[in-house]
Design a protein around this ligand. Structure first.
Ligand code: MOS
Length: 779
């Protein structure tokens, strides 16, 4: 079947599994480990506190670090006096960075060139850091560092920053902003005031047709402006790193989404051979796109460790995390949609402004050009710089904002032409693709579960409490990380182990790795030593872009498959059989068709008398199907969809919006572990409802300070407000790898806010075009 984002006008390709991968897995009924809802192998460690997160790392002689945060949103540093801090008991090192703006800018050699001190561009930006014997000493000494500032005019609000006479966030050419948002905007200077753009090719997909002509030929035109807020990253474990600088090499314990990126950054910035940098990440307490590389905290920790000659722990507190740890940029989106009265789209014009503070990348995704069939599309995305903490990638960067506006616009069209919103999507899905077939199925299954046929006309309830049901489609891309590798080893004592440098951010990486390897040896997941989170192992994928499962499992299966074949050859003499006839099943080794030949796995391996065999495999990166290539990511033609239905209750007297129920139907290829797959979708929906109803960074325009920089004031969805979430996983086999695995974490987050907004309309008959849906916003 042809597949993919055909609406983008791209050439169709035929999907296939790379030739060097093992044959497809048999149907699920025959599998013993893959596809089973195995509980996390490290679950008990996690819930008992035994699991060592970076936050928990304790090393002999370890020092605690604290940074000094600038109080001004825009300022020049005139002088820094560290003498009092140096004398404070227990202080072991102080570091003042020459340039530090945001994690993304650490690598830019031109940033801040020629300045003695970096310019302060957001309130909370680190200025200096102290390492001391205790946390208290570090904190007390940090307060004694005297910094003399020359405050500069600042601007922290998006629309203010767009005005002609607004203060400039980046006035000079040596002070370039970086692109950290993952929204696809190319790097470069602001061209007009604080504004950079337009980017008319999000994710490389350019405009098509003639949008003005299309709009003038349309029978129905829908026009509206949407606004989304800044959402900060609130992982359970804040950003942090423990650095241990020794003459013979640097060891880093990192809370990270990508072990390899931490090593690359450290090696590059400190000019060390990669072999001299080891990164360890046993457990990472969550990450939604901001935990890549060493970060400014990591940079400071490494400097301090080198100076003090001792390991240094630098972990952000909640306030620092909210201000500096990255955020989903806000947006103002103007959409103009032209259609025929039968619903077919003629033209779509989008103008989007967003601010990622001091970092660029505030785009609103690629959905406008790819989700629906439309001949004339023009998308213009602008980055607006402000004196605010840097944005970072955030769970399906851009798409969550873009879909919020696009899916409401499509609903509005359905209402206008009096067509069922689901039927309209069916008409508009890009035809002739797998995506389209999958979506039709998702809508059908979801509509039945959600009770769509009983949905009433908008604003049907007469009293102050109004109920409604809404729908939205999700969209993300199927990502595979080139060269994702895994090694599988069988030792002479019968133990089987798997190794990959990839990490666990809470998703269950260890468990799925063990499940895939166990399958090939006829063992159980708990029989496999599953080793991850160490840069000494073969390079595994990043926990980003929903690509760990799609990238790691084909490599793991390939290595395990080959290792099992080699093991069979070694066992052939022991069992007096041909290697091809040896079967691994139910913890035993047996000869096909020979009754009574079964021998326990370990016993058989011991009899073979070898020390160790091992096989390494990589997920190949050169097969057809990749459309875009960036240094670490290849995007395939195949999209990932999913649809969500939300049921809301709106109290029109208090303005309180409750989400009662979400039905989430997601195509997951083959779920390697349905329990973990479902978990990802619960997480995505929870974060999406939280985005829809509560989360919002409040920056004070006068001081540029974040007013709600802690979780007591930055409201996230709690268990009492969490709706009933019903997850339906749809399997679609015959994909692009020998495991058929696909990611779901990001698609699960994309459609939620839009589904809630469409439900709000169905409840009240009013459109809510601004997030979050707080009482102040809604009434
Ligand atoms: Mo992400 S935004 O999947 O790192």
């Amino acid at each position: 079947l042809p597949y993919g984002i055909v609406g983008a006008g791209l050439k169709e390709v035929t999907r296939r599994v790379p030739e060097d991968e093992p044959p497809p897995l048999p149907e699920n009924a025959k599998l013993k480990s893959i596809g089973k809802p195995v509980s996390r192998l490290d679950g008990i460690e996690k819930v008992t506190g035994k699991a060592r997160y970076t936050f928990d790392v304790q090393l002999p002689g370890m020092l605690w670090a604290k940074w000094v945060a600038a109080p001004y949103p825009h300022a020049r540093i005139k002088s820094i006096d560290t003498s009092a801090a140096e004398r404070y008991p227990g202080v072991r090192a102080i570091h003042i960075p020459e340039r530090i703006l945001s994690a993304a800018q650490l690598r830019d050699p031109k940033a801040e060139q020629g300045n003695r001190y970096p310019t302060i561009r957001y309130a909370g930006q680190p200025v200096a850091a102290v390492a001391a014997d205790t946390a208290r000493a570090a904190e007390a000494a940090a307060k004694l560092i005297k910094v003399e500032y020359e405050p500069l005019p600042h601007v922290s609000q998006l629309e203010e920053a767009m005005k002609e006479n607004a203060p400039r966030v980046f006035p000079g050419p040596t002070e370039q902003p970086a692109t950290a948002g993952g929204g696809g905007a190319p790097p470069g200077l602001p061209q007009k005031g604080n504004v950079r753009g337009p980017d008319t090719k999000p994710r490389g997909i350019g405009p098509r047709g003639d949008v003005n002509k299309g709009l003038s030929e349309s029978e129905v035109v829908i026009e509206a402006e949407y606004r989304t807020q800044v959402q900060t990253h609130v992982p359970m474990e804040p950003h942090g790193l423990v650095a241990d600088w020794k003459d013979d090499g640097l060891t880093l314990y990192a809370s990270t989404q990508f072990v390899t990126s931490v090593r690359e950054d450290a090696a590059e910035i400190f000019d060390l051979p990669k072999s001299k940098v080891r990164v360890i990440s046993d457990f990472t307490g969550g990450g939604f796109g901001a935990k890549y590389g060493i970060g400014n905290y990591g940079l400071l920790a490494i400097h301090l460790s080198r100076k003090a000659g001792a390991p240094v722990r630098m972990i952000l507190d909640r306030r620092e995390e909210h201000v500096s740890g990255g955020n989903r940029p806000n947006s103002i989106q103007r959409l103009k949609l032209g259609a025929k009265r039968d619903g077919s789209l003629v033209a779509l014009q989008v103008q989007a402004y967003g601010t990622g503070g001091v970092a660029g990348g505030a785009g609103v995704g690629f959905c406008h050009s790819t989700l629906y069939e439309c001949p004339n599309v023009l998308v213009e995305q602008y980055d607006v710089f402000t004196n605010a903490g840097p944005c970072a990638a955030f769970r399906a960067p851009g798409q969550a904002q873009g879909i919020f506006a696009l899916e409401q616009t499509i609903d509005e069209l359905a209402e206008r032409i009096k067509m069922d919103p689901l039927a309209l999507r069916g008409k508009l899905d890009v035809s002739g693709t797998d995506d389209c077939l999958a979506r039709a199925h998702e809508r059908k299954v979801g509509a039945e579960r959600a009770g769509w046929s009983k949905r009433r006309a908008a604003g049907s309830d007469k009293g102050p409490i109004k109920r409604g049901l809404g729908f939205a489609q999700s969209q993300w891309v199927y990502l595979v990380q080139p060269s994702s590798a895994c090694e599988v080893r069988v030792s002479g004592d019968g133990s089987v182990e798997a190794f990959s440098s990839t990490q666990d951010i809470g998703t269950g990486t260890r468990t799925i790795l063990a499940q895939v390897v166990a399958e090939e040896f006829g063992l159980r997941a708990e029989d496999i030593g599953s080793h991850i989170g160490d840069s000494r192992y073969p390079m595994g994928p990043a926990s980003g872009g929903s690509r760990v499962t799609s990238s790691l499992t084909p490599a793991a299966r390939n290595a395990a498959y080959r290792c099992a074949r080699e093991l069979a050859a070694r066992l052939a003499p022991v069992l007096k059989a041909n290697a091809e006839d040896i079967v691994f099943a139910d913890g035993k080794v047996m000869v096909k068709g020979k009754a009574g030949s079964a021998m326990p796995f370990r016993e058989a391996v011991k009899k073979a008398g070898f020390e160790e065999i091992s096989q390494r495999a990589e997920r190949r990166d050169d097969y057809e199907g990749y459309v875009f290539k960036t240094p670490d990511v290849a995007l395939s033609r195949h999209g990932i969809g999913g649809v969500q239905f939300a049921e809301v209750e709106v109290d029109t007297e208090t303005g309180i919006v409750k989400v009662e129920r979400v039905v989430a139907v997601h195509d997951c290829g083959r779920p390697i572990n349905p329990k973990l797959t479902e978990s990802q979708i619960y997480g995505g929906v929870i974060q999406g409802v939280s985005y829809a109803l509560y989360e919002e960074r409040h920056l004070d325009a006068a001081s540029g300070q974040q007013l709600n920089a802690n979780v007591d004031q930055y409201k996230i969805l709690g268990s009492r407000e969490t709706p009933k979430i019903e997850v339906i996983l749809l399997e679609q086999l015959g994909a692009q790898s020998s495991t058929d695995a696909r990611g779901v974490a990001e698609p699960a987050n994309v459609a939620t806010a839009a589904a809630v907004a469409n439900a709000f309309y169905n409840a009240t008959g009013k459109r809510i075009r601004t997030l979050p849906m707080t009482p102040a916003n809604v009434l």
